[in-house]
Design a protein around this ligand. Structure first.
Ligand code: COA
Length: 183
């Protein structure tokens, strides 16, 4: 059974009109996540994990696939061909459970087509359904795509130390711009 609450779409459109299929990540996605990681460039790995990541170990794979639909949510996106093109997750902060840290990764050859926007929007719908209020993004000061995405949406970000920037994004901001769920 899917972890998605009923109103969340099974598929959604990119800006070129092509469709993505979205699914809740689970333990069965372990091999796909490992394969996707192997295809990801060193630069994208660094941007995602905020440190050099030559490999994904078994404990990290366990963590990345242990989705419970309430504390830890994760969505995978596939193209019409079945190719896995991106993943987005959010995990509640122990010290502030209304806030989750969000991470989005799009395969290098699928970047700049709107995949992250689709994933973030659908993740926000799911998060809203389980009473999450805020996505916190932590990213390198060199991560121009994320800085530009946030600035374009009117989201402020601040220095978090150690070369990182931090933004707290109200889910309402994402959901107000999202329109109705696609089918
Ligand atoms: C950041 C990332 C998730 C964006 O994914 P994406 O699918 O390419 O993003 P989208 O196509 O939805 O673009 C959304 C907006 O982000 C910004 N953006 C994305 N890529 C950009 C780039 N290369 N340069 C400048 N701005 C960029 C733009 O504002 C863009 O909107 P626009 O195309 O209308 O101008 C992707 O680059 C990625 O996976 N990077 C590596 C991992 C990472 O940095 N994750 C985020 C930190 S956890």
């Amino acid at each position: 059974m899917s972890l998605f609450p009923a109103p969340i779409a099974a598929s959604s459109g990119l800006r070129d009109g092509s469709r993505l299929r979205l699914h809740a990540i689970g333990p069965e996605d372990r091999a796909c996540i490992a394969a996707g990681f192997r295809r990801l460039s060193a630069a994208s790995r660094y941007s995602r994990f905020l440190r050099p990541m030559p490999r994904l170990d078994a404990a990290t794979l366990d963590y990345l696939t242990a989705i419970d639909g309430a504390r830890h949510l994760a969505l995978g996106a596939s193209a019409g061909t079945g190719e896995r093109v991106g993943i987005a997750r959010c995990i509640r902060l122990a010290e502030d459970p209304d806030t989750t840290e969000i991470a989005v990764t799009v395969m290098d050859d699928w970047q700049r087509r709107g995949v992250a926007r689709v994933l973030a929007t659908e993740l926000a719908r799911w998060a809203d359904a389980v009473a999450i209020k805020t996505f916190r993004a932590l990213f390198s000061y060199e991560n121009r795509p994320v800085a530009r995405l946030l600035a374009g949406a009117g989201v402020a970000f601040a220095n978090d130390g150690a070369g990182l920037l931090r933004a707290d994004i109200d889910l309402g901001l994402i959901l107000r711009g999202a329109g109705p769920a696609s089918a």
